[in-house]
Design a protein around this ligand. Sequence first.
Ligand code: ADP
Length: 487
Amino acid sequence: MSQKMNVLFVISEAEPLIKVGGLGDVGGTLPLALKNLPESMTDPYVIDMKVVIPYHDQIKRNQWPVEPVVSFKVLSRNGFITANVFRALKTDLPIYLIDGEPIQNTGTYSSDTSIDTKKYAFFSIAALEFCRAIKWKPDLLHAHDWHTAVAIQKLSQIRSYDTFFSQTKSLYTIHNLPYSGGNHPEILYAFDIHQAFDPEIPQYMRNLPMALGLDAADHINTVSKTYAEEIMTDGFGNGYQNYLRSHSGKVSGIINGIMMEQWNPSAEKVLYKNYSVDTLSDRIENKRMLQQELWLPIKDQTVLFVMVGRMTYQKGFDLCVQALRQMRDLDWQIIILGTGEDSIQKTCLSLSNEFPDRVRTELRYDEPLSRRLYAGGDILLMPSRYEPCGIAQMISMLYGCIPVACATGGLKDTIKDPFDYPDEYTGFLFSHPDVSAAEWAMRRSIEYFQDQDNWRQIQVRAMKQDFSWEKSAKKYFDLYKSIQSSK
Ligand code: ADP
């Protein structure tokens, strides 16, 4: 006899409707991967998943087709606020969109934290009330990052007396701990949300949405095992480390997957030449054409580094830029693609000025170019100071572009270094986010690159890896089951 497991999946972004960053990938792909798990893996359960996101103005502007589902009122101390729920049509799984006054006329994220706090507090409470409105009792609430933490807190406040939610358990997934949300006790008060209670959470942080989610969740997980360990340390805990250490029994990590079919160098039209592990010798065409596209000298023997990503302090671009200056004795080229903080953009541009025959900096978001970089570059540099999961390193490995990365979070969990895996290595890691460590790893990678036969073997190993969602989706399902059966 099959048994239904109702999962309310509340998140701020879900592709294909809305994607600002990696969170949108997870919102769109993890629920789908869970839905597609073979029955034999979920037996005796059948997962009934409802994904709920805000009806952001950006989705309205895209005119994605929707149908109305239900309307209801959300109670606040300033009066009732109407919530209108729509269902997106033409998506592979049900995605529900919540609309209401606090959600309208806002960006997906706002630089004004009071606007965002109100928007996401209303959204989080409305997501719970939506279940009541359609008479669908969730067994599990799965909420993500600070935006939806209020749902976790609200649930823990009401389930002792509210029979509709009395059996609902909660899972809170941290995708990026430093983003805690704004400090607005007056907005929480307006929605009758209590502050975090645990004495291990510093007093001044107790009204932050992230604190509420951590404190009230039945279980907490992050997007890699290593990041789950790191957030319990002073270096990565952002003030929550004492709390997380004292509740380590409810903290775990599951690495994100990627949609493998979206990242396939043998089929993509934007590449100069398609290739696979079986036709790896064709890959060089992509390097030559890339060098030509960006007016770099066309040289097969010169190692071509690439760096792709958001230009924020987290991503550590500055470390590699400085390391490259110290490596002027070696033969290398680099193409940097990204946008972000002004100072980091300038740092990259100044490297281009210093090495006009070796460096190109492209300051824009350009997905086709990013794919050509993964396909034509020899080595991806990913010197993140912290990296909860990271997907660029997984994509680049599937394209045979070998990563050099800081051994943190998901980078450590997905890249195998020759020191630890002498026969199976797929990239190069350095243990501290500083210039000399980055330089050491980059020099090491160039040494390996000189032995082209061996390099080919590294590429084959990297490209053959399975980063698909299925394994991780199964881990999420097992976690759902264990949370549901816990007291
Ligand atoms: P994060 O989610 O922290 O930004 P990830 O490594 O998880 O970092 O994901 C970054 C994704 O965004 C990768 O797929 C990367 O290729 C893509 N990306 C980042 N910046 C750019 C850019 N300027 N142009 C094209 N793609 C980009």
